[in-house]
Design a protein around this ligand. Structure first.
Ligand code: MN
Length: 133
């Protein structure tokens, strides 16, 4: 057993996130494990860009009020205790509601060696998309 040192929080890069988003890497498994777990903290109005995950993703909201949307679906409010599953390859975004912080656990897997990137990233979520509720 090992109690790991706390790693510095990482600012979400502007190509992938709108607004202030910080994440902490909680777990990044070494092969053969492909486990990935981050805590992600969004300031009000902050959100990911559109993206998809090769092996899907599970989010678990721990604090605040957030929004999620899958491509072609509605912008939907999410709250602490809720768990959101996005299947492999489904384009989506997640973030904080306009007037609330939001934190979630993000759990996904690497695709395995020789299987391409674990996530694909596209356009930033426009204000009119974010405010479409
Ligand atoms: Mn995602």
């Amino acid at each position: 057993m090992e109690i790991l040192p706390k790693q510095p929080s990482v600012k979400g890069p502007a190509q992938m996130f709108t607004g202030d988003v910080w994440f902490d890497v909680i777990a990044k498994g070494e092969e053969p494990s492909r486990m990935r777990v981050n805590v992600v903290r969004f300031a009000p109005g902050a959100r990911t860009a559109w993206h998809s995950h090769a092996v899907g993703q599970t989010l678990h909201v721990t604090e605040g009020i957030g929004l999620v949307q899958s491509s072609g679906g509605e912008v939907t409010e999410i709250r602490p205790g809720q768990t959101i599953y996005t299947p492999p390859g489904e384009w989506h975004w997640h973030g904080a509601a306009p007037d609330h912080f939001m934190s979630h656990l993000a759990m996904w897997e690497g695709p395995g060696e020789g299987h391409g990137p674990e996530s694909e990233w596209g356009a930033l979520v426009r204000d009119d998309e974010y405010n479409a509720r």
